[in-house]
Design a protein around this ligand. Structure first.
Ligand code: ATP
Ligand code: MG
Length: 770
C-alpha cells in the first residue's frame, strides 16, 4: 500500500518532528514563544489522522480560546488538504465540558437543558443568599464571595471538600454560602462557568463507568497552552489520560499569565511525575520574530526569578529595533497609533504596505480600548475588538437574551425576574413578591408560580391580565422551541415583538433608543449562524472574548491576555506605565508574584510581534474618571537599550505642539482657544512639578531626549476639567450603572440602566469603563 503523503512533516525541525511522530505515550513540549509548539501540535493531529492511528472523534484537543480552536481546525484542514468536519472534541475546556455535561447532567442533579449563568446573574443570586443569611453585604460584598467561590471551583473543591485552613471567608460563613449557592443553582437548573469543569471532575471521580467510557473514547489527548491550566482542568486531564497515557501537552512557563484565575504553572513541572517516562521535547528556534524583538522580550523576562530558563534564537535577521515612544496622554497615544497604522498601511520608511489584518494593538486593561475605538471611529479606520464581551453586556441584549433563555428553559428564575416587568407592564415589586411567595410555597419555578398566581387570581385586575399574557407568551415560545416549529431566527424576532420589547424601544424617545434597536437587530443577525436557540445561548455564555466574525481587513484591538498564542507582523503595546502595566494591584502586593506575572504578560506582548514592535506610554491618563500623571513602566527600564529605538512624537518632547499645545491636549476646555491664551494657561501649570513628571524627565534625559523648556514650571488646573464626557459609562453608589447623557456644571445627566434618567452630582460618580 502506497504511503499517504505527509506534507505536514515538511519544514519541521528534528525536535518538532520527534514530537509529532511520538504518537504513543506522554509527551511534554516545553519551549519559548514562537518556537512552533502550536504548529507541531497541529501537525501531530494531522499525523494521527493520516496514519489512521485515530479517527477525528477519538481526538480530544484543548485550546485556550474558541478562536484558537477555530484556527487549529482550519490549519489541520490545510495540512491535510481537505476540510476537517468531524473533530467534535477540539475546543476550549469549557466548550468541551458543556457538551459532556449535557450528556450527564442528571448525575449532578441537573437537567440536560441547564442554563449557564453569566457573572451578573451569579452576583444577583449570591446577593439574595447573603441577604437571607443576614450578613452585612457592605462588609462582605457578593462580588467578593463570587471570587472566593470561583477560586474554590478552580481548585475542584466542592463545598464539602474545603480545607479548614481555607474556610475563613465571610466570617466562616463562606463555605455554607457556597453550599447554599450550589443548591440554589440546582433548583434553577443552572450552573456557572466554574461548574462546567467542576461537575465533570466530580462525575469522573465518582462514576467509574462514565470515566472508563471516555477513556476509551478519547484515545489521544492534546493540550495547547498547558502552562495556564488550573487545578480543576489538570485533574480533569489527568483522569482522562490515566488509562492510555496518550497525552501531549505543550506550553511555556514564561507565558503563564492566568495565575490570578487559578492557573498553576506547577502543572507543567508535575507532568513528568504524573506521567513517568514522558518524552520531553525542547524547542529553541523561534520562527516568529526578528532578532531585535526576541532580544527585547528575552531582556525583560530575564528579570523574573524562578524560571525554568531557556535559550532562544532566530535566523530571522535583526530586523527593526523595538520602537519606544512617549505621549502626553492616552488620547494623544491613540491619535499617534491611528496615524501610524495608516502610514504602515500606505507603506512607510521604505517598507512595503501592510494590510490592517497584520496589525494589532494589545492593551493591558480593557478600558484602554475606548480611546482607540473612539479615535479609529473618528478617522474611519476599520478595527475589530477581540476580548471583553462588550456587545453581549449591553442592557437590551441582556434583556433579550433573558427572553430567549426562558423560551429554552422555564426553570430559569433569574431570567424570569429580569423580564417579568421589562418592558414595564405594571408588574411591580408587590406582584413579583406574590409570584415568588407562591412559587416558594409550592416548590416550583417562578414561571410555574406565575401560572398558579393567574389560576388562583391572586393579583388584581390589570396585573392579572398582564401576567396571564406573559405566561401565555412564555408557554407559546417554549412550545415553539420544543416543536422546532419556526426557525430560531424567526422565533427570536417573534419573541421580541410579542413580548413588547421591541415596541418598548420604538416608543422610547431617548437618543440612545435607535442604537438599542440596532443592537437588537444585530443580535437576531448573530443568531443566524447557529443551529438553534440553545446553541446560541451556549455560544454567548462561552465567549469570554468577544470574537466578532465580520469579514474585511481590520486592525485588531485586544487585551494582552486575549493575544496569547497569536502573532502579527506589527504590534503596538500602549500604556506601558507603572500602575497600568504593571498593574497597580501587582505593585501594591507584597512579594513578587503579581509583578512577575505582569512581566510574563510583557513577554507575551512583545513576542506576538513578527517584524515591528512599538511600545508606548503616556504621561497623563484618566483612570476611573480622574486625571493622573503616570510614570513610564518599570518594564521599559528593563528593555535592553541595544535593541530599542526611541521615537520623538510631536507632542511631548518639544516637537510640534510645545507647552501651549500640550495644555490644549490636556484640557478639552482649552481646545479652541488661541495660542497666546493657551500659553498663558499653560504657564501657570503644575503638572510638571509632580514627582511622576520629574521621573519621566530624568529618564528622558538619560535616554537623550529633551523636554520642552516651557514644560518645566507649568500647572494645569485639572480639577476644572470635568472628569467625564458624554457617553461615558459610569457607576453611581445608589443608582448603579449608567451612561452620561449631558454635563451641566458639576452635575451629570445620566441614563441609568435600572433607575432611568437622573441628574446627579459628578463627584458621586465613578467611571465604569474598566
Ligand atoms: P506561542 O508560544 O506564542 O504560542 P508557538 O510555540 O505555539 O508560540 P507557533 O505559533 O506554532 O509557535 O509558531 C510560530 C510561527 O513560526 C508560526 O508562524 C509558525 O508557522 C512558524 N513555524 C513554526 N515551526 C516552523 C518551522 N519548523 N519552520 C518554519 N516556520 C515555523
Ligand atoms: Mg502557541
Amino acid at each position: 500500500m502506497a504511503a499517504r503523503p505527509m506534507p505536514y512533516l515538511e519544514g519541521l525541525n528534528p525536535a518538532q518532528r520527534a514530537a509529532v511522530e511520538a504518537l504513543q505515550g506522554p509527551v511534554l513540549m516545553l519551549a519559548g514563544a514562537g518556537t512552533g509548539k502550536t504548529r507541531a501540535l497541529t501537525a501531530r493531529i494531522a499525523h494521527l489522522l493520516t496514519t489512521g492511528t485515530a479517527r477525528p472523534n477519538e481526538i480530544l484537543a484543548v485550546t485556550f480560546t474558541n478562536k484558537a480552536a477555530r484556527e487549529m481546525k482550519h490549519r489541520i484542514g490545510k495540512l491535510l488538504g481537505e476540510a476537517v468536519e468531524g473533530m467534535p472534541w477540539l475546543g476550549t475546556f469549557h466548550s468541551i465540558c458543556v457538551k459532556l455535561l449535557r450528556r450527564h447532567a442528571e448525575l449532578v442533579g441537573l437537567k440536560s437543558n441547564f442554563t449557564i449563568l453569566d457573572t451578573d446573574d451569579q452576583i444577583r443570586l449570591l446577593k439574595q443568599l447573603i441577604a437571607a443569611e443576614g450578613i452585612d453585604d457592605k462588609r462582605w460584598p457578593a462580588r467578593m464571595l463570587a471570587g472566593i467561590i470561583d477560586n474554590w471551583k478552580n481548585k475542584a473543591l466542592t463545598p464539602d471538600k474545603i480545607p479548614l485552613s481555607d474556610s475563613g471567608a465571610f466570617d466562616h460563613k463562606g463555605v455554607e454560602l457556597y453550599g447554599a449557592y450550589q443548591t440554589r443553582l440546582r433548583e434553577l437548573n443552572a450552573c456557572d462557568f466554574g461548574d462546567l469543569l467542576l461537575h465533570m471532575v466530580v462525575i469522573f471521580q465518582s462514576h467509574e463507568d462514565v470515566l472508563d467510557q471516555y477513556r476509551r473514547w478519547f484515545r489521544y489527548i492534546l493540550v495547547d497552552e498547558y502552562q495556564d491550566t488550573n487545578v480543576a482542568q489538570y485533574l480533569w486531564l489527568r483522569l482522562l489520560a490515566g488509562g492510555h497515557k496518550n497525552i501531549c501537552c505543550v506550553g511555556d512557563d514564561d507565558q503563564s499569565i492566568y495565575g490570578w484565575r487559578g492557573a498553576e504553572v506547577g502543572n507543567i513541572l508535575r507532568f513528568e511525575q504524573d506521567f513517568p517516562g514522558a518524552e520531553v521535547v525542547r524547542l529553541e528556534q523561534n520562527y516568529r520574530s526578528t532578532a531585535h524583538i526576541l532580544a527585547a522580550a528575552s531582556g525583560v523576562i530575564a528579570a523574573n526569578k524562578g524560571r525554568l530558563g531557556k535559550t532562544l534564537f532566530t535566523e530571522g535577521g535583526d530586523g527593526e529595533l523595538v520602537r519606544l515612544i512617549g505621549h502626553w496622554d492616552g488620547e494623544e497615544e491613540a491619535r499617534w497609533i491611528g496615524d501610524e497604522v495608516e502610514a504602515m498601511q500606505r507603506g512607510t520608511r521604505g517598507m512595503d504596505p501592510m494590510g490592517l489584518d497584520s496589525m494589532a494593538i494589545l492593551v493591558r486593561a480593557s478600558h484602554q480600548m475606548r480611546a482607540f475605538e473612539d479615535r479609529f471611529l473618528t478617522i474611519g479606520l476599520p478595527y475589530r475588538v477581540i476580548g471583553g464581551p462588550r456587545f453581549y453586556e449591553r442592557l437590551e441584549i441582556r434583556d433579550a437574551m433573558a427572553y430567549f433563555r426562558l423560551a429554552v428553559s422555564q426553570d430559569d428564575d433569574l431570567a424570569f425576574e429580569r423580564v417579568v416587568n421589562t418592558p414595564k407592564r405594571g408588574l411591580g415589586d408587590k406582584a413579583v413578591q406574590t409570584i415568588q411567595r407562591t412559587a416558594r410555597a409550592n416548590g416550583v419555578s417562578l414561571v410555574e408560580g406565575a401560572r398558579l398566581v393567574c389560576e388562583g387570581r391572586l393579583l388584581g385586575g390589570k396585573g392579572l391580565k398582564e401576567l396571564t399574557l406573559l405566561v401565555q407568551g412564555l408557554d407559546r415560545w417554549h412550545g415553539q422551541v420544543r416543536a422546532e416549529a419556526d426557525t430560531h431566527v424567526e422565533l427570536a424576532e417573534m419573541i421580541l415583538d410579542e413580548s413588547g420589547y421591541t415596541g418598548f424601544w420604538q416608543n422610547d424617545k431617548t437618543p440612545e433608543a435607535p442604537g438599542r434597536l440596532e443592537n437588537l437587530k444585530e443580535l437576531v443577525k448573530a443568531l443566524e449562524q447557529f443551529e438553534n436557540l440553545q446553541g446560541f445561548l451556549e455560544h454567548v455564555s462561552l465567549i469570554m472574548d468577544n470574537e466578532t466574525e465580520e469579514q474585511g481587513e481590520k486592525v485588531s484591538i485586544m487585551t494582552l491576555h486575549a493575544a496569547k498564542g497569536l502573532e502579527f507582523p506589527a504590534v503596538f503595546l500602549p500604556g506601558w506605565e507603572d500602575g497600568l502595566f504593571p498593574s497597580q494591584r501587582s505593585m501594591d502586593e507584597s512579594g513578587l508574584k503579581g509583578l512577575e506575572e505582569e512581566r510574563r504578560l510583557a513577554y507575551v506582548g512583545i513576542t506576538r510581534a513578527e517584524r515591528i514592535c512599538t511600545i508606548s506610554f503616556a504621561a497623563n491618563r484618566r483612570v476611573y474618571g480622574q486625571w493622573q500623571s503616570a510614570l513610564p513602566s518599570r518594564f521599559i527600564d528593563e528593555l535592553p537599550a541595544d535593541h530599542v529605538e526611541v521615537l520623538t512624537p510631536p507632542g511631548l518632547y518639544g516637537g510640534g505642539y510645545g507647552a501651549a499645545g500640550m495644555a490644549a491636549q490636556a484640557s478639552p476646555q482649552m481646545q479652541g482657544m488661541d495660542r497666546s491664551d493657551l500659553h498663558q494657561k499653560a504657564a501657570s501649570a503644575d503638572v510638571y512639578n509632580s514627582p511622576g513628571w520629574r521621573r519621566l524627565q530624568s529618564r528622558s534625559q538619560q535616554r537623550g531626549m529633551s523636554m520642552p523648556s516651557e514644560a518645566k514650571n507649568m500647572t494645569i488646573d485639572l480639577d476644572a476639567v470635568s472628569a467625564f464626557t458624554e457617553a461615558d459609562r459610569v457607576f453611581h453608589q445608589k443608582f448603579g450603572y449608567g451612561e452620561v447623557m449631558a454635563i451641566e456644571g458639576d452635575k451629570l445627566v445620566i441614563e441609568f440602566d435600572k433607575a432611568g434618567e437622573k441628574k446627579v452630582v459628578a463627584r458621586f460618580v465613578v467611571s465604569a469603563e474598566a
